[in-house]
Structure formats: C-alpha cells, structure tokens
Design a protein around this ligand. Structure first.
Ligand code: KG4
Ligand code: ZN
Length: 364
C-alpha cells in the first residue's frame, strides 16, 4: 500500500519569507513547490538585516507565499497532512509571524501543527535531496551559522565545533564592504578573487593549530582592514589588482580554515563507524567554488562522499522546513497551540552553547 505524507513548510526566521510543499511517497521525498521572497533590497542601505523591517515584510509576504506554494504544487489545504513552521532560532519578530500564521491555518482546518528547529531544516536537507543515510557529518556555513553537526537521526544531533565569534558569511560581507565591492559580499569577493594572487598578503588562520573543530573569523576580518589600510597609506587608494589580491587572500584563508577543521571533524565522525561515509554542506557560503573544491578534494582523499545540495535548498527555504516537519510527524511527533517562538534554540541541547549572536540572527 502506498503511504504518502504531504506537508506545508513555512520559514520566516531571518530575511527570507518562504513556503513550500513537500510530499513523501513510500519514504521518498519530493519538493512539489518552493517559494522564496527575499528582502535584500529592504536591508541593503543598513549594512545588515533590520529586525523590525524584516518582521513587517514577513507579515506582508507570508500568506501570499503559502498561497503561491499551494497553487504551484497543485494542492489545496485539504490535501495536506500537516503544517510545519520554523519555531526558532532566529529574529523573533519573523519567527512569531510564521508561527502565528501556521497556528491560524491549523486552527481553521484542524491540521496538525509541527514546530521545526531551523537548523534541523538545514541539517536534514541532504536526506531530502540525496537520500543520505544516518549518521552523516554536516557543515552548516552561512551568514548566520557556522557549525559541524553529527546528524544521527531527525532528532539526534551532536555539535562538535563551530565559530566562536563571526560566521564566515558575515566576514565575506564585511570584506566586500571594506574593499568597496557590492553586497552580498560572498559572490562578489569570489569574483574579484579570480584575478588575484592569494599569497601577496599574509593573512592569519585563527585557531588553525588549536585542537578541536572550533573556528574564529573575527581576527581575519581585522587583519583585512589592516592590510587594506596599509595599501591605502602607501599608494593613496586601492587598485583593481589590490582588490583582487586582498579578496583572493581572504577567500583562501577561509577555505583553509574550513578545510583543516573539516578534516578534524571527519575524524570524529569516522569514530562512529558509519556504514557509508558522507560529508554534507549547506548554507550560502557553501556556494563558494574554492571552498567546495577544497572540501571535495579532502573527501576524495578520505574515501568519503561529498554532498552539496543545490544552492536554492542550501540557503533558507520552506522545503527544508516542510521536510524536517515531515520527519518529525512521520515519527509520531507534533505540537499543539502552546508552541512558542524561540530566538535561541540549540539543536544539540547537551554541548556548551556557542558565544556571540550573528547579525543575521541567533547562533545556536
Ligand atoms: O544561507 P544564506 O543565504 O543566509 C543565511 O545567512 O542564513 O547565506 C548568505 C551568506 C551571505 O553572507 C553571503 O555573502 C554568503 O552566504 N555567500 C557566499 C557566496 N554566496 C553567498 N559566500 C562566499 N562565496 C559565495 N559564492
Ligand atoms: Zn539558515
């Protein structure tokens, strides 16, 4: 007998309003629709996401996103088995907006309500896209997150390291700003770096030789400002070649840190004796081609499969929330109307919490 589950996923924890429909048939998931309304233009003049502006924009776009997701998937509310919604961690105004909409739909239809940890959404994406088997190692690396997770089941995660200060995406965005490159920084720094010499500037790789998988990027940011200021003091400004060389030096430093720390995280993962060895990445920074190439090369030397989901499912989206909710619901778990929105919500409740709070929302 065919067993299907169809779930609506709602995401509004940062600066993307998203809704999606995911259907699982006999254990195989499929994204029927995934709608994302970004807010880059609303925040671009402020140097970061402004929580109040984000929350208001979510309220305007949430119900439209849900309608579009249903229409595109060619389903109605009556075809759904449940409503999954990001209940944290994230910017609280946005999270509350999504949770209230989900509660409203569930109150009106009687559908089950499933609260989802945003990080679980990212962490389970390799199962949605590539049917990866547990346990696997995940590197989540974006503008707001940077952590290594051992993913053992849909509700069993161990964080074995992460940034102790900034997320790499923040550092890419800051680097673009100090070099006079446009936002978002990552793709523009990557483009500038193509013509650059990564060896011209000596940039630090903080914590590289320290044991464990923790990382730090704020010292690298400061070193970039110093290197730029030294060039300006000497030559009166930055040439295109200076921009390219600084970008290439920065990108290589980030790639080296992520690669070395991934090597150590993989050792911790291999100790679990997994039946198949899989290392997956997610988050906007995982789009960087040098970082991808270095991580892929590392996996090739360690007989490990490297999984990088398509970018649209690596960055914030509703499909990952629908799928994480589906996994919870399939295991017999759901919430009731007391579900609350949480600004902070570590996936791994046992490891010590990480320091700091990224400009794009709470780190966990
Ligand atoms: O996952 P994401 O869309 O949003 C969250 O942070 O949650 O990630 C956005 C971040 C930005 O900081 C952006 O500069 C960075 O990912 N990014 C990149 C690249 N594309 C996007 N960083 C490095 N290289 C890229 N090609
Ligand atoms: Zn995210």
């Amino acid at each position: 007998m065919t067993k299907t589950l169809t779930i609506l996923g709602i995401e509004s924890s940062c600066d993307d309003t998203a809704a999606a429909i995911v259907r699982q048939t006999n254990g195989v998931p499929e994204v029927l629709s995934s709608i994302v309304h970004g807010q880059n233009d609303l925040h671009e003049n402020f140097g970061g996401v402004v929580p109040e502006i984000a929350a208001r924009a979510h309220v305007e776009k949430l119900d439209i996103s849900v309608k579009q997701a249903l229409t595109k998937a060619n389903v109605t509310l009556a075809d759904l088995d449940g409503v999954a919604v990001t209940a944290g961690p994230g910017l609280i105004g946005g999270v509350v907006s999504g949770v209230m909409l989900a509660k409203g739909i569930c109150a009106a239809t009687g559908l089950p309500l499933i609260g989802v940890n945003h990080l679980a959404g990212h962490a389970l994406t390799p199962r949605l896209t590539d049917q990866v088997t547990f346990p696997y190692l995940m590197l989540l690396v974006s503008g707001g997150h940077c952590q290594f997770l051992l993913v053992k089941s849909h509700d069993d995660y161990t964080r074995i390291g992460g940034t102790i200060d900034d997320a790499p995406g923040e550092a890419f965005d800051k680097t673009a700003r100090i070099l006079g490159l446009p936002q978002p920084g990552g793709p523009n720094v990557q483009k500038a770096a193509e013509a650059g010499d990564p060896k011209r500037f000596k940039l630090p790789r903080p914590l590289l030789n320290q044991a464990g998988c923790d990382m730090s990027f704020s010292g690298l940011k400061t070193a970039m400002i110093r290197a730029r200021d030294a060039v300006i003091a000497e030559n009166g400004g930055l040439t295109l070649q200076d921009q390219a060389d600084l970008s290439a030096g920065f990108q290589t430093a980030v790639a080296d840190i992520l690669t070395e720390k991934s090597r150590r995280a993989l050792q911790a993962y291999f100790a679990l004796d997994p039946t198949t060895r899989t290392f997956a990445v997610a988050g906007g920074v995982a789009a960087n081609s040098q970082i991808r190439q270095q991580l892929q090369a590392l996996c090739a030397t360690l007989d490990t499969e490297f999984v990088a989901p398509p970018l649209a499912l690596c960055t914030d989206n509703g499909a990952m929330i629908a799928y994480a909710g589906l996994a919870r619901f399939d295991a017999g778990d759901q919430d009731d109307m007391t579900l609350s929105a949480r600004p902070r919500w570590p996936l791994d409740q046992t490891s010590a919490p990480m320091l700091g709070s990224g400009k794009k929302g709470a780190k966990a």
